[in-house]
Write a protein that binds this ligand. Structure first.
Ligand code: F6P
Length: 345
């Protein structure tokens, strides 16, 4: 049966979002004769009834390799969504939307799960470079961010060695240290700090000193933006929360660098990769994963599998309940960190 599908991208942008849109549009139109309406700038498009018709044309085809999101995205405070429930339902009715496919991270999928509870037919697609959505082995965007971070750390080795420096590299990873962990392993870092494991600056200084005493000429430490010092070991500035209710970071790597220089008088340089990690073309891996998510989300929408999220389970794409997927974040298990720790120091 042909349907009218609504689609939106919410939260931070991410390489692969356009590939999902392309796949949903193509599959819906070519396989089911359905039409797709894109809502602009995340949930705001639904609240303000701003939309575009998406067609399975040349423009859609070219989306595969484009970074960012052609629909635009935005963060929206959950309270604003709750207040706007009637407006959202009205927009969906007015546009004749049968099923909504929101593509997003924790915030967007939590909103999707709540909308589903409110009776809106929804199929979620998980995205985040942080890779912290539960019930899926991987989210698209992660591999691209990891590749960018790994390449950047590879490049820092030469300067670190030439100048016998300590190099700190801050990567994204708000609640989970997947980018830090994997880029650190892939690029041969000498320490990795992640949000899941509070760090001890004294211990870090000891490892740095020992490495140089053993005749090595550099020390590279990857720091996730959400990494925190163990209580009583170092003061980190507090940034409060932003307008969307998220913790505002104050630059852990810079503050750690100052602390290390003070404690062991070693030259430290800090690089913050920031949004570079979210930009540009998705890797081949992310294009494939995003495309498979898009095809399967369209199929699930037409099969009436609402209230679900597409997910990667091993090599297969499956469906999980949205409520289960958003009940917790997928953090780095301690055993994975232990593997990396074999190379610390
Ligand atoms: O959720 C992905 C993420 O890239 C986080 O790692 C980061 O803290 C945040 O988004 C940055 O968001 P913004 O683009 O709003 O600054």
């Amino acid at each position: 049966m042909s349907l009218r599908i609504g689609i939106l991208t919410g939260g931070g942008d991410c390489p692969g979002l356009n590939a999902v849109i392309r796949a949903v549009v193509r599959t819906s139109e070519a396989r089911y004769g359905s039409s797709v309406v894109g809502f602009q700038d995340g949930w705001r498009g639904l609240l303000e009834n701003r939309r575009v018709h998406l067609a399975n044309d040349d423009r859609n085809d070219r989306l595969l390799t484009k970074g960012g999101t052609t629909l635009g995205t935005a963060r929206t405070h959950p309270d604003r969504l709750r207040e706007g429930l009637d407006q959202i339902k009205e927009t969906l009715d007015e546009n004749g939307i049968d099923v909504l496919i929101p593509i997003g991270g924790e915030g967007t999928l939590t909103a999707a799960s709540w909308l589903s509870d409110e009776g809106v037919p929804v199929v979620g697609v998980p995205k985040t470079i942080d890779n912290d959505i539960d019930c899926t082995d991987v989210t698209f965007g992660f591999d691209t961010a990891l590749t960018i971070a790994t390449d950047a750390i590879d490049r820092l080795h030469s300067t670190a060695e030439s100048h016998q420096r300590v190099m700190l590299v801050e990567v994204m990873g708000r609640h989970a240290g997947w980018i830090a962990l994997n880029s650190g392993i892939a690029a041969g870092a000498h320490m990795i700090l992640i949000p899941e494991v509070p760090f001890d600056v004294e211990e870090l200084c000891r490892l740095i000193k020992r490495r140089f005493q053993h005749g090595h000429s550099s020390f590279i430490c990857v720091v996730a933006e959400g990494a925190k010092p163990a209580e009583g070991t170092m003061e980190l500035r507090v940034g409060g929360v932003d307008e969307f209710g998220h913790e505002r970071f104050t630059g852990v790597a810079h503050q750690l660098g100052v602390e290390i220089e003070k404690r062991i008088r070693k030259e430290v340089r800090t690089t913050v990769l920031g949004h570079v990690q979210r930009g540009g073309k998705p890797t081949a891996y992310d294009r494939v994963l995003a495309t498979r998510f898009g095809v399967n989300a369209a199929d699930a929408a037409h099969a009436g599998e609402w209230g679900k999220m597409v997910s990667l389970q091993g090599q297969e794409i499956g469906l999980v309940a949205l409520s289960e997927a958003v009940s917790q974040l997928k953090r780095v298990p301690s055993a994975r960190y232990e593997d990396a720790a074999a190379f610390f120091g």
